[in-house]
Design a protein around this ligand. Structure first.
Ligand SMILES: C[S@@+](CC[C@H](N)C(=O)[O-])C[C@H]1O[C@@H](n2cnc3c(N)ncnc32)[C@H](O)[C@@H]1O
Length: 238
């Protein structure tokens, strides 16, 4: 089962996820059309950027996971977007004030000080982050009830970190979205692809819970969970 890329079409008909109301790709495309130099951080397999029709004169994307570096390069280089293979941690391999727009969808970690460093004065960070308690029903089914734990995805914590890096927060809007799994194969695929949901997941390790969940889906018709997404806009002061 190939889980590279960031395209969930394998799940069509087997699972569904409601999309945020704001339409991130369209909003990003509008901003890219106005930018002169832009960076997309953790671009994945390049699926999202490839759907944008107009790029700024300088357009780069970073990616650190080798299978996705390969996919993103193949997809984006023909469009004139340079894919830089980096590490998933600082430093971003760019000079200070290199970009007037920095974007990222669902970054695994957000390095606010690095984002602020590579933005020009008046430059914008525009992103969609995974929000708090995303798919809590799904991971607690496997892991049991979890302690409140890290608040890193809390919008107030994120806003505080953005401000501490010198950015002015313009938008931090959260939506909870319905996710529905119609068969156990779809759950396995999702957990193998979105590896941080149940960090030590393997079919062997969780065979018992998978069997229980399979029965539950057969009885109820589906398993419902809720993801959360945050629309983020932050500006570097002029
Ligand atoms: C959640 S992905 C989002 C990718 C992209 N921005 C998008 O929205 O389509 C964020 C980062 O996780 C990385 N990633 C995804 N699956 C991974 C895996 N199995 N191991 C390591 N990194 C992974 C991606 O390559 C990417 O850099």
């Amino acid at each position: 089962m190939d889980v590279s890329g960031w395209d969930f079409s394998w799940l069509d008909g087997r699972a569904s996820e409601q999309r945020p109301s704001w339409g991130y790709q369209r909003l990003l495309a509008e901003r890219l059309a106005e930018a002169s130099a832009a960076l997309d951080i953790q671009t994945g397999g390049g699926e999202l950027l490839a759907g944008v029709s107009v790029f700024p004169a300088t357009m780069v994307a970073t990616e650190s996971w080798p299978p996705n570096v390969r996919l993103a390069t193949a997809r984006l280089h023909p469009r004139g977007v340079v894919v830089v293979a980096d590490t998933s941690e600082p430093l971003l391999p760019f000079g200070d004030e290199a970009f007037d727009l920095v974007s990222s969808r669902h970054p695994a970690t957000v390095w606010w000080t690095e984002i602020a460093r590579v933005l020009r004065p008046s430059g914008m960070y525009f992103a969609q982050h995974v929000g708090p308690l995303s798919n809590v029903e799904l991971y607690e089914f496997f892991l049991g009830s979890q302690p409140p734990g890290s608040q890193a995805r809390d919008r107030n914590v994120e806003a505080g970190a953005a401000r501490a890096a010198g950015l002015a927060v313009i938008e931090m809007r959260v939506e909870r979205l319905r996710v529905e799994f119609f068969d156990i194969g779809a759950v396995v695929y999702f957990l193998r692809k979105v590896i941080w949901t149940v960090p030590d997941f393997s079919v062997d390790r969780y065979r018992g819970q998978l069997r229980d969940l399979h029965r539950r889906i057969e009885d109820d018709g589906s398993f419902v969970s809720h993801s959360s997404r945050v629309l983020v806009e932050a500006r570097k002061p002029a």
